[in-house]
Ligand binder design. Sequence first.
Ligand code: 13P
Ligand code: SF4
Length: 343
Amino acid sequence: MDAAFLDRAGDPPLATRPPATLPLAALYDRVRHHVPAIEWPALAEDIAAIQALKRARNAVVLAHNYQSPEIFHTVADIVGDSLALAREAARTDADVIVLAGVHFMAETAKILNPDKTVLIPDPAAGCSLADSITAADVRDLRRRYPGVPVVTYVNTSAAVKAGSDLCCTSGNAKAVVESLGAPRVLMIPDEYLARNVQAELPHIEILTWAGHCEVHERFTADDIREAREAYPGVTVLAHPECPPAVVAQADFAGSTAAMQDYVETRRPAQVVLITECAMADNLAIRNPDVAFVKPCNLCPHMKRITLGKIRRSLEELTHEVTVPDALIAPARRAVERMLAVRP
Ligand code: 13P
Ligand code: SF4
């Protein structure tokens, strides 16, 4: 079942059936604006093979909102933001999970399912935030700030999660920090996410780290000013990994799922999503009446995942994601404490 499409009254017809049950021609209808007709036969062969392999292996494909439309709208069983993918990974009864996303997302799925086979189609799909901090850095912060709770963004390694009190995503960061009831919180490693949450929680002192998303740090307030000049009346939605000066100029800031909710409930005539480009591509397919305008930036890590690599991953059961036994329990505690917080 397609998680992002659950519990939504009034979905357009294309969302009501999971891709696995749709004929290939119907799948092409979904992605025809993104996939040239000449390229479709090769992709269709991969898609048919992936659907058969999923059945044979009792496998499920979890895809992040930044995956390209030909993955997101044809082979994904579950789509969503980091929080939704973590929640769905915790409850799937599949034997094999293929994570169409980046490495930390696959690690989170493994932490929640240590007995299942978790695969990532390209193990080099990393993240600049996850690379910005190590477990030794977290131990050092704890020594420098004894007693201060550590909230770690899910965009981190299992070792960093294991050294933290609890995790957060951009979808629940504010609620997670508030849930601690502490006057001072370490929120790592995304400096901008921490500063954006700090702006909403002035009564809490938030200490942070100098990690940045290489995609969102490139946006500037000028990008928004130019978009507003070029498209008068445009609605501007920004991801909270953007610098605070950018978020301050947006009409709304939220996780990728929150942006989807905004578009699908408020239905702006024209919108710019200050985030990764696939976000607008995937939403445009579901919302043909909304005009999506630039700018956007590509995440090179997300784009490492292709249909061909997903097929190979299922054929060869590669690349298996492993997490050392000693890290599973503490990392899982941090993730489960997060999942228990309701925004
Ligand atoms: P979301 O949790 O909002 O989907 O964001 C994940 C991410 O990596 C954004 O860059
Ligand atoms: Fe990491 Fe940024 Fe890519 Fe998200 S968009 S995976 S935070 S580099």
